[in-house]
Ligand binder design. Sequence first.
Ligand SMILES: [Zn+2]
Length: 375
Amino acid sequence: MQSNQDRLISDLKRLKEYYKKHQKQSDITFDYIGFYVLDKLAIDLLGFSFDPFSVFEDPNEIQSLFEKMSCQEINSFNTFMRDNYEDLFTLFNKLNKYLIKIDYPTLPFHKLISGYSEKDFTDILLSFFSRYGNDMYKLVKKYMDEDRIVMSYNHKIGEGNSTAMHIGSKKLKSGYIIMQHRSYNDLSLSSLVHELGHAYDRESFIYPQQKKLREFEDYFIEVPSSYFELEFYDYLIEQGIHVDGANILKNDRYTYMDDAFPAVCSTDKSFFNQREPSIILNIENYEKRSKVREEIIYGIGIYTTLHLQYLRENMSYKEFMKLFYNFISLRKERTLQSSIESLGISYDDFINGTVAYPKIEESSLSLKRRFKIYE
Ligand SMILES: [Zn+2]
């Protein structure tokens, strides 16, 4: 899969024309950031820039608008943390204690990751997503046929340690997936499934609903992507495709969920009271907040997915998909508690692990059996 350079060039030309004519504050907050991030991709892939700042008559004004937007986003995340700090602390503290109690294994994995031919890689991808209906299948096919998937990406991706990312534009109603992975194997395939989950979420829910893509505010942003990713491991296991690789990577995700605990317990609640732009936009502070946010958002994403998988196992496919779509499309209007309750799961059960722990224990036992741990 190679990037379609002509497409990227025409996409960026379109965005540049659009922003030359649309410079009101509402136009900029709408999706200018998509233009900016895609331009970064052009610099890395094509070696030249479309100079996003040059479209503005007054670049200084844009700079201050950017800062204002960053502040708003951070303040929304702070509000979320202040509102949910005790609950998240309890949830991740209990989860951490539980994982220690059952001696949940962590496994070294690289040797057990298997490779695929390019044909098998795409066949498995398409057959997995065809389970989710025609729209989902068409989206995946579009990303493949239009060369929107860039593998072997040689540059840094995002702010943290990401090795893959979906970059989208609301104005273009689509995007690209960049991945540092160089070969076709369980890891790159599951990573692509995860990013296609983001593509699907954005193209089907976030863009059409004209919601502003304020990721700091969206604490369930990792739910759709984690859902498809974790379901994909079960698919590989069920179909007997690459059972060990799938189990190893699933274990890796479960273990990763536990990283949210140090993020919450090492950050005092008062950290989320900070509102002063000069403090919150200070680079060190900004980086700490991004890291805390990332770990909490991934923790919530994977933990919530365990509940979705439980529901999928215990209701009809049709009923479940309705609930799942509802959850995704209404998540921003709801609090953490009401989102969970909209699934028919009591918030107490969510915090206390009533649904999640048995699933974790099941995985722990099967790993111990398979890899003969502690026998
Ligand atoms: Zn993600």
